[in-house]
Design a protein around this ligand. Structure first.
Ligand code: PMP
Ligand code: GLN
Length: 409
């Protein structure tokens, strides 16, 4: 298929994860925790395997193992403040990637336009392109020149956002909290998007995989704004909700007409997700539902667990001369390399940030991710002065990273 050929085989996760491994680097690159953050995950897996139920090793219901669909409906019913029908308003997929792919493939067709806010999680653009869409990028820019900025300082220009919408716009992808920036969109910002979606009759894919990881601002769900449930699908992930990226389960929640479209792609490509892990994650959800809103809830404690790691990394970066953008949510932090990477220049073979990341891996033993991965081809130069750090790492890893950062110069 020439559309896939056009996307090409270059993929930031494939490339930089392999490089980090090859050089045995301290890995603050790809986003995953390197310790058991959820204490009961193994216990739940053991529980399911001990019950030795043959059904756990066979196909399950295509749109999602019923126990999991029920749990998701119940949990998100509470988050979205409405009754969710587990039969037709929930679809369990292969990671949030699966949700995004199903939605973009089924909502979009040739000639449609998809609005993506930059910097963006990298797969939105190729998935839209494969579906035949033209991507329209709306940039976020820092509004201050301060030494240390926060993700809240990164904003769009309202006129630019408005003019991105046209009669060809099929949908907008919103990612809050955002990867890589960590921005949590304010209610007012989301209301602006909602107003434009309603005015132009567009759909909204809301990627909320970092929904529980918030530090400085509460997470607002765009599907709860008036007139938005009907046109929004909300995407979540066990990789983030239960810090289990290897579970590779995601979910799509939305009105049945939209879920039905997503399901057509799912039925004919994946059919159903692995039963065993769906049963495990269903039990994890049930445990969390029982203590929703309480301090011991993982959905609540994860932010308290990560905030000291965020603050520690920010300090390390400042001391190393790498100006951080303090994230309001998620577990990534961008850092400005412009003063430290003066000798690295973008040329026709590679971008400045990518060259610097390779140098850090090969010469210093520290892996990060180049920020240009999160920009469209035409805007990569805008992102080339930043690299992304993941701080969801154990004390030993963070200590090793600290030693490297102290000796950068
Ligand atoms: N969206 C965002 C914003 C992400 O950071 C990721 C990676 N965790 C995904 C989607 C894909 O998630 P999953 O691993 O569940 O497929
Ligand atoms: N979402 C993860 C990150 O942003 C990586 C996903 C992947 O490796 N494909 O780091």
């Amino acid at each position: 298929n020439s559309r896939y050929a056009k996307v090409g085989d270059k993929n930031v996760w494939v490339e930089f994860t392999a490089l980090a491994r090859d050089y045995n680097a301290v890995n603050l690159g790809q986003g995953f925790p390197d310790y058991d953050s959820v204490k009961y995950l193994n216990e739940k897996a053991l529980e399911v395997s001990k019950e030795s139920n043959n059904l756990m090793h066979q196909y399950t219901r295509s749109p999602g193992h019923l126990r999991l669909a029920n749990a998701i409906a119940k949990c998100y019913g509470s988050f979205l403040n409405r009754e969710i029908n587990p039969q037709n308003e929930v679809l369990v997929t292969v990671g949030a990637y699966g949700s995004l792919f199903n939605a973009l493939s089924s909502f979009v067709s040739d000639g449609d336009e998809v609005i993506i806010i930059e910097p963006f999680y990298d797969c939105y653009a190729p998935m839209s392109a494969i579906a035949g869409a033209k991507c329209v990028f709306v940039p976020l820019r820092p509004k201050t020149e301060n030494e240390v900025t926060t993700s809240a300082d990164w904003v769009w220009d309202e006129k630019e956002l408005e003019s991105a919408f046209s009669s060809k716009t099929k949908l907008i992808v919103v990612n809050t909290p955002n990867n890589p920036l960590g921005k949590i969109y304010s209610r007012e910002e989301l209301q602006k998007i909602a107003d434009l979606c309603i005015k132009h009759n567009t759909l909204c894919i809301s990627d909320e995989v970092y929904e529980h990881i918030t530090y400085d601002r509460a997470h607002t769900r765009i599907a709860t704004l008036p007139g938005m449930w009907e046109r929004t699908i909300t995407v979540g992930s066990a990789g983030k909700a239960f810090s289990s990226t290897g579970a590779k389960l995601g979910w799509t929640i939305g009105p049945k007409e939209l879920i039905r479209l997503c399901q057509i792609v799912h039925n004919n490509s994946i059919y159903c997700c692995p039963t065993f892990i769906q049963e495990v994650i269903a039990r994890c959800f049930e445990l969390e539902i029982a203590r929703l809103g309480h301090d011991e809830s993982y959905f609540k404690s994860i932010s308290a667990e990560l905030k000291p790691k965020r603050d520690r990394l920010a300090k390390l970066l400042i001391d190393a001369g790498l100006k951080p953008v303090i994230p309001e949510g998620g577990y990534f932090m961008l850092a400005d390399i412009s003063t430290i990477a003066k000798n690295f220049k973008t040329d026709e073979t590679d971008f400045k940030d990518s060259k610097f990341v390779k140098y850090l891996i090969k010469e210093k033993g520290l892996a990060t991710i180049p920020n240009t991965a999160f920009y469209s081809d035409e805007h990569k130069h805008v992102g080339e002065n930043f690299i992304r750090f993941c701080f969801f790492k154990n004390e030993t890893t963070l200590e090793k990273a600290a030693e490297i950062l102290k000796n950068l110069h």
